[in-house]
Write a protein that binds this ligand. Structure first.
Ligand code: SAM
Length: 224
């Protein structure tokens, strides 16, 4: 089974349907509300100036970023209901845009960092992942770092609510009341080679744990 447009399916069937409270509860259950993912990359983030967060959701990361770094952040969010919560938190260092990152015009070579958190890459099929990387490359300056959150698949642990559909890394996400969707979770080597083929180098990985999984933030640097 292979699905090429996971991103649009998830927008309408998952992110436009899950309630904001459900999403916040999920973050709390997992332990992501305390931002352990950002804590492990704190030092690196403190060296950044202009970040972009692809799919910023309701703005889980904003307070932590404001309190712990001096970055300015542009958040892009495709779901109108999540955008409305995020945009209410905008401030001098935070701006938010509603739209599909895969299709939005992006300022050339503007950002020195990009956040793909809460295993954000799983919202993109293999084809969509390549479009995502192409867009990132356009907006990032040389030496920029992409922070890619990923499950420690070496442990063979599946995310909560995700049921494997076949052998190609496609999962169906269920158990969120009416909201459901797909997750593309191949072996990390597939993600790594997609970045490497586009001129990024895998420079570091920072492990952390949530209440449900062992995870890593992978750092990919765009070559000069
Ligand atoms: C799992 S949530 C993560 C939210 C946030 N990054 C965090 O760590 O709390 C993924 C978010 O990405 C958004 N998203 C997915 N694809 C997108 C796209 N192509 N453009 C903009 N937002 C997108 C979804 O609507 C959803 O809010």
């Amino acid at each position: 089974m292979e699905i090429k447009d996971i991103n649009d399916i998830n927008s309408t069937a998952l992110y436009d349907r899950i309630s904001i409270d459900q999403m916040k509860d999920l973050a709390r259950e997992i332990g992501l509300d305390k931002c352990p993912d950002l804590e492990v990359i704190k030092k690196s983030l403190q060296g950044r100036k202009h970040l972009i967060e692809v799919g910023c959701g309701y703005g889980r990361t904003f307070d932590w970023l404001i309190n712990n770094t001096s970055v300015s952040l542009k958040g892009i969010e495709k779901s109108k209901q999540l955008y409305q919560i995020a945009v209410a938190k905008k401030g001098t260092r935070i701006s938010i845009e509603l739209g599909d990152f895969l299709k939005l015009p992006i300022e050339n070579k503007t950002y020195d960092g990009a956040l793909l958190l809460w295993i954000a890459t799983t919202d993109y099929s293999k084809e969509e992942l390549n479009l995502l990387i192409k867009q990132l490359k356009k907006g990032l300056c040389a030496g920029a770092i992409v922070y890619v959150d990923y499950l420690d698949t070496a442990l063979g642990i599946s995310p909560k609510n995700a049921i494997l559909q076949g052998s190609d890394g496609l999962y169906q996400v269920k158990g969120l009341k009416g909201a459901k969707g797909y997750a593309y979770i191949p072996d990390f080597s597939v993600i790594q080679s997609a970045f490497e083929q586009s001129g990024f180098s895998h420079i570091d990985e920072k492990p952390y744990i949530t209440s449900t999984n062992r995870k890593k933030i992978h750092l990919f640097e765009l070559s000069v």
